[in-house]
Design a protein around this ligand. Sequence first.
Ligand code: RB5
Length: 149
Amino acid sequence: MRIAVASDHGGYELKEKIKQHLIGCGHDVIDVGTDSTSSVSYVDYGHRACEKVNDGSCERAILVCGTGIGMSVVANKHKGIRAALCTNAFMAEMARRHNNANVLVLGARVLAIPYATILVDVFMSEPFDGGRHQERLDQIARMEDEACE
Ligand code: RB5
């Protein structure tokens, strides 16, 4: 799968680890930055990654900032993005099975790197259950259309 990864300075180290992990699992990774621990705005990088999903060049994205909160706020401003800020494996599983999340958001100051990697694996492997959950996603899509009119 082709995955966009992005972080601010607070998430840089974890983003680098996730990138290497994804490559090691055979995924194609597009890293939209940041490329150091120098202070930057998470808004710029979260936006770039979501654009990669929305223009079709990536199927999913993984975003990392200090808490994950800023990145999740930014990501969910994008039409068609369903970003899930997850702090445990159950949330990552449900984000895929019930919400068909196309963006995983992690807090680097919240999660230890080995555990964050487990959440990435769950996000990458769990399917969407469809059914009644698709009806709810359709409802969200209609709401987005109305909001954009
Ligand atoms: C950066 O210090 C921090 O505010 C950012 O990484 C993130 O936690 C924001 O939500």
